[in-house]
Design a protein around this ligand. Structure first.
Ligand code: GLN
Ligand code: ZN
Length: 762
């Protein structure tokens, strides 16, 4: 090795699992339905792994990972690896059925809880670990997948969730006082030592232990545990070299701890928020005894990398480590598979994009840029520069009219005409709502007929006007249902919406849709997030016809229904060429036009949903205030253009929101509806404690289950709520939209909800 031609390898931490045509989803669902047997499922999975392996190798990836594949989720795989199987799932007939029982539950054993993987839209299964949990190692999956690749002549680097992250992500279902899952480190570290030995025996040179939990704020005692854990693992006598991987944000205080630890390699993210890793690494004097894996290609967004800028970052890093490898910032499972499948996209725009396959090429190009003569990649760099220039200069990316409008926004645009007290009077005078008004969150059941109509429209078997008429018929039915049930503020039911973000994305300029851009959300569920490619504007009204049609059918107030700016961004791939707050303002102005148009059309109540507000919170506490600033401002900008007597609602669906309580107050919606039933209305006391001054509808029905709560149960929730919060500012509603529920339970529950409210009023 000479200093002018460093050794450097191209690598990734993971690759889309589903296959080009979502073959994995299809095989797993066929297995669940009994259409194929376990052998056929495992054969299909193996086939996909081999195809991915060949693809990585053919793309020129030098250091190929294994064990990143999963039939459902990699955290679940880790729980199974360590034998952390809840008692209720142990009865399953086979290992495979036990695995799916943990993932999906069975008739008598509910599944593990599911939650978001850091700040991504991927969901993992939460391991259940109590003080009595006993572990036992089952290394078959990593060993078999390692051996399978070895047979193809590839010595892979097995990827595992690291012990600290595994425990930090776990939950104690027994909620034993004084116990934290992290207390179990002493019990699982020996299993990792054993696993390292087995992988070493099998021929692995390197193993990757993922510790993304270290990019969140961790107290000194946890960092001390990190130091101890990696000292123990490194002291194991026969083991592969250890690469500790971090991603999604900067390592912060964990960086000096890992830099000092005796592991052989660190993987750091150098994109977005994590760019601070560069300065932090220099500050600790580099990791001159270690391999650095540099995540310089964004693994969770879809834009082509700026290769020249990445090369310059890599150049700086060369002086800070023993060797520098090139990688994506995180597993590529968070991006779609292949841009070249998007034949419907304008080729110029397609050139701006980079999905998983294209990212492999970027990583390999950068590696060549480090190890070969620069001339070897000159052509690629030139094409890359041209594409970046075409994007920067594109009239769809920068629209002067949108920019002028955003620049002209003043603080006054973020404020309603009058404070809440005065608005309340105006709204009461207009709406004449009873005490404890009843409403729903927006959607009504997505019936089989609705889905059939949508499929027929897509297949060309139903024309647009017939489709619209089918949706109008549904609106009529939904309004009639609500009148019969006796609700106070009605909704049109959202039958025309495929998805609450996609629907608006299709109607706003600046947003683009993909045909094959599937990304795993959880298990076999994949979503196709829109891309925000350019400045956002609303060419014409998006919902006004639906809302006014619904309003024409009833004398009761109908609530217009929109998706808020933060949620529009959170569930899309966002542009990387301007701060997210700027994009949010553009979306907010587009929504503001819609809100004002709804008001002008006579819609007296308008709800702007922000279910993603909390999940989008930055991982590092220090970054949260700036985020909440733009999040709140964009919500206010979208809603503040209306008169005092137009009532603005918002909705969020999570039951713990301590971190965003002040933001909720600052949003200044007239009414907020929140998930509350499962946590026994605990949220109401939080609102009262925060001095929340406006109206609130804590959900009285947990819509995640088909169970029909009784009148008595709902009345109990109402009493709990009214004991903690002024009853004159309480609303009565379910936890969330009803689109996943069936009509029988919706009718029964809403009738009980109205009955419980009537009793409470009396
Ligand atoms: N209005 C939406 C609905 O009812 C809200 C969905 C959500 O909160 N995720 O479906
Ligand atoms: Zn919700």
């Amino acid at each position: 090795m000479t200093s002018t031609t460093p050794t450097s390898r191209a690598t990734v931490y993971g690759y889309p699992r589903q296959g080009a045509d979502r073959e994995l989803k299809k095989a797993i669902e066929a297995y669940w339905k009994g259409r194929i047997d376990a052998d056929a499922l495992l054969a299909a999975a193996r086939e996909l792994r081999l195809r991915n392996l060949a693809e990585l190798r053919d793309a020129g990836v030098d250091d190929i990972p294994s064990n990143h594949f999963s039939l459902y989720d990699h955290v679940l795989d880790t729980a199974v690896l360590l034998g952390a199987v809840p008692e209720r799932h142990r009865g399953a007939a086979t290992k495979l059925d036990r695995y799916f029982a943990m993932a999906r539950g069975t008739a008598d054993a509910p599944p593990l809880e599911m939650t978001k993987w850091f700040d991504t839209n991927y969901h993992y299964l939460v391991p259940e670990l109590g003080p009595d949990t006993r572990f036992s190692l089952d290394a078959s999956k990593p060993l078999e997948e390692f051996a399978e690749a070895r047979e193809q002549g590839v010595t892979t680097r097995p990827v595992l969730v690291g012990p600290v992250t595994f425990l930090l992500l776990a939950k104690d279902p027994t909620a034993t006082a004084g116990f934290r899952p992290l207390d179990l480190l002493d019990r699982i570290v020996p299993l990792y030592v054993d696993l390292l030995w087995q992988l070493h025996e099998a021929g692995a040179d390197w193993v990757q232990l993922d510790e993304p939990a270290l990019v969140t704020d961790q107290p000194a005692d946890v960092l001390a545990e990190v130091a101890g854990t990696y000292a123990t693992l490194a002291a194991a006598t026969a083991r592969p070299k250890i690469l500790v991987a971090s991603y999604f944000d900067r390592l912060g205080d964990a960086l000096p701890v890992l830099a000092k630890s005796p592991v052989e390699g660190l993987a750091l993210d150098f994109t977005n928020n994590a760019a601070a890793n560069l300065g932090d690494l220099a500050r600790v004097g580099g990791i001159l005894d270690k391999r650095l894996v540099a995540g310089v290609v964004n693994g969770r967004n879809i834009w082509a990398a700026d290769l020249t800028a990445a090369l310059s970052t890599l150049g700086t890093l060369l002086g800070l480590a023993d060797s520098v490898d090139v990688a994506a910032s995180c597993s590529l499972l968070h991006v779609p598979y292949d841009v070249t499948l998007e034949t419907g996209l304008d080729p110029e725009i397609a050139g701006w994009l980079s999905f998983a396959r294209q990212k492999l090429a970027e990583i390999v190009t950068l590696r060549r840029g480090l190890t070969e003569d620069r001339s070897a990649i000159e052509d690629t760099l030139r094409v890359n520069a041209e594409r970046l220039a075409s994007r920067a200069a594109s009239p769809i990316v920068k629209v002067p009219a949108v920019r002028e409008r955003v620049a002209a926004v003043t603080d006054a645009d973020l404020r309603r005409v009058s404070p809440y007290g005065k608005r309340r009077q105006a709204q009461q005078a207009r709406l004449h709502l009873p005490e404890l008004p009843t409403t729903t969150i927006g959607s009504f059941p997505q019936t089989a007929e609705l889905r059939k109509a949508r499929a027929a429209l897509r297949a060309g078997n139903l024309d647009q006007s017939a489709y619209t008429e089918a949706m109008r018929a549904e609106v009529r039915a939904v309004i009639a249902e609500q009148e019969r049930i006796g609700l106070d503020v009605l909704v049109h039911g959202e039958p025309e919406r495929n998805d609450m973000v996609q629907y608006f994305g299709e109607r706003l300029t600046g947003f683009l849709a993909t045909e094959h851009g599937w990304v795993q959300s959880y298990g076999t569920r994949y979503v196709r997030p829109p891309l925000i490619a350019g400045d956002v504007a609303r060419p014409e009204p998006m919902t006004v016809e639906w809302a006014t049609y619904a309003q024409s059918l009833t004398g009761k107030p109908v609530k217009g229904m929109l998706t808020g700016p933060v949620t529009m961004l959170a569930w899309s791939f966002v542009r990387d060429d301007q701060p997210e707050g700027d994009t949010a303002r553009q979306v907010a102005l587009a929504l503001r036009d819609e809100v004002v148009d709804l008001e002008a059309a006579g819609i007296p109540v308008i709800q702007v949903d922000e279910p993603a507000l909390r999940e989008t919170l930055p991982l590092r506490t220090a970054d949260r205030a700036a985020y909440l600033d733009w999040a709140v401002a964009s919500f206010r900008l979208s809603t503040a253009g209306v008169r005092d007597d137009t009532q603005i609602h918002t909705h969020m669906c999570y039951a713990e929101f301590g971190d965003v309580l002040q933001a909720i107050v600052d949003m200044d919606a007239d009414v907020i509806s929140l998930e509350a039933a499962r946590s026994n209305m605990a949220i109401v006391a939080d609102l009262a404690r925060a001095g929340y001054p406006n109206e609130a509808g804590p959900g009285v029905w947990d819509i995640h289950s088909p169970r029909v709560p009784s009148v008595e149960e709902i009345a109990g929730h109402l009493r709990t709520a009214a004991a903690a919060f002024p009853a004159e500012r309480l609303w009565v509603n379910p936890d969330c939209g009803l689109k996943t529920r069936g009509y029988p339970e919706v009718r029964a529950t809403l009738a009980n909800l109205v009955e419980a409210t009537l009793r409470a009023r009396a």
